[in-house]
Design a protein around this ligand. Structure first.
Ligand code: NAD
Length: 249
């Protein structure tokens, strides 16, 4: 028996990192997973790993979201994974940087939830899992607009949870600390280049800021997403769960 047997899950950002690990974990627990990503190549091998359907979806594109949800059939689980880390303080954040971060990190979730919720209400329930970040609840250096956008994800999550609490809808957020992923490797490489430091020094600094002494794995985050998606968490809604190797302590 899978913990998600009989459920249909729509997942965003399934091509890499936390989103990929989550789509695979949902499928391993028996869900019919519709895995989406902006990058078609990143989806190519997912069907050989038990993913039922793959679709190209840019979560900044409202029309694509409407089409995707409209043709997906019943959706019991919505997993919102897409997000972008802007590096810098308020003084490094242009209007365009702000708009891009909020469009990708927050408005995308407004759009996917708006599109999925009517169907969930009509079928009597559904569960939504949003990826925020520990940079939302905690101030982290050089994560100005990222932190602001992820705090907004937590607010959005709680608001949806409260408004539909008697309608069988649950909405929760996950706040990861530093997690190994392609985008982490890219951030480390970019920072090493801009600061003229060896890549391994910068990587060690990311590890050192984790009180537990290591970065997390995407599979560790996916395991929490499975719990929040499954009926075993039926009494859990409107929470933002830290899973961060102690970074928020
Ligand atoms: P990642 O950033 O390495 O990969 C994310 C995936 O998102 C890629 O497959 C990419 O193609 C896809 N994507 C990018 N733009 C998209 C768009 N417009 N529409 C649809 N898909 C798009 O993965 P990650 O680092 O695991 O990050 C996933 C989520 O976890 C993000 O929301 C991120 O903010 C959050 N997060 C990550 C960390 C970390 O340390 N990695 C920590 C906290 C929170």
């Amino acid at each position: 028996m899978g913990r998600l047997d009989g459920k249909r899950a729509l997942c965003t950002a399934s091509g890499a990192g936390i989103g990929r690990a989550t789509a695979l974990a949902f499928a391993a627990e028996g869900a019919h997973v519709i895995a989406t990503d902006i990058n078609a190549d990143s989806l190519a091998d997912l069907k050989t790993h038990g993913i039922a359907e793959t679709r190209v979806l840019d979560v900044r594109n409202a029309e694509m979201i409407r089409d995707c949800v409209g043709s997906a059939g019943q959706i019991d689980i919505l997993f919102n994974g897409a997000g972008f880390v802007h590096h810098g303080t308020i003084l490094d954040c242009s209007e365009d940087d702000w708009d891009f971060s909020f469009e990708l990190n927050v408005k995308s979730m407004h759009r996917t939830i708006s599109a999925c919720l009517p169907g969930m209400l009509a079928q009597g329930g559904g569960t939504i899992v949003n990826i925020a970040s520990v940079a939302g609840p905690k101030g982290i250096p050089n994560r100005y607009v990222y932190g602001a956008s992820k705090a907004a994800v937590i607010g959005l999550t709680k608001s949806v949870a409260r408004d539909f609490i008697r309608d069988g809808i649950r909405c929760n957020a996950i706040c990861p600390g530093t997690v190994q992923s392609p985008s982490l490797d890219q951030r480390i490489a970019n920072q090493a280049k801009s600061e003229g430091r060896p890549v391994e020094d910068v990587r060690q600094a990311f590890i050192d800021r984790q009180p537990l002494g290591r970065v997390g794995t995407a599979e560790e985050i996916a395991a929490l997403a499975v719990y929040l998606a499954a009926d075993e968490s039926a009494y859990v809604t409107g929470v933002a769960v830290d899973i961060d190797g102690g970074l928020s302590l």
